[in-house]
Design a protein around this ligand. Sequence first.
Ligand SMILES: [Zn+2]
Ligand SMILES: [Zn+2]
Length: 234
Amino acid sequence: MREDICSIPISEVFEPKDGCPICRMTRILEGHLVDYITGAAMMEPDVRIETNEEGFCPNHYRQMLTRKNRLSVALTLETHLKTMQEAVEFHGKAPTKVQLAWLNKAASSCFVCRKMLWAKERMMKTIFILWQKEPDFRKLYSEQPGFCLEHTEELLRLGQKELHRKLYPQFAAATEEVFRRTLDVVQADVSGYCKMYDYRNAGGDWKNTKNAIERALNLLIGDNGFPLDDSMKG
Ligand SMILES: [Zn+2]
Ligand SMILES: [Zn+2]
């Protein structure tokens, strides 16, 4: 499988400064992998050998069907199902450990999820190397509008492992600052939203609070969040 599918330029992740960059990175990697598996991967027998064993998760099967290349999905399924037919031939005996392990893998693993995890780990390492070495990247990191909860946790946890002990407090402070940039705003706006239900504020100005719930949830659940619509009202 081609390496470049699993790597995206860091500038593509951090330059847009629109929402959580790690969510963006995950979304781009996922898009590349789903495009690949429903496109160029058809020409790569080694990929088919892997997908014959493990298949995909429900979320990625759904995404594959949105790519409008139904033949590629059918070809992938054809050999995956064929391999499955052979794997579940018990010949009247109890399934062997190998057969049960095969079924467990087929039922619980996903080619796209596994490759995403691998690619993301590598990209996270690059982020830490850049942060450690490049003052320009450190600046760009601190200029991000926000990190979601999941990725704030991940950056702080991995940073402790990847960064020099003396640099980690500075990295943690920079990460906290970016996280709080969104956290403090949505906390205040959710609070303002709640106050609008007070009878004393009846007919008052909702200001920026109409979509406070959605913005708070986007911070808490990241990229699977909610579209923002200014017309939303309590
Ligand atoms: Zn995120
Ligand atoms: Zn998956």
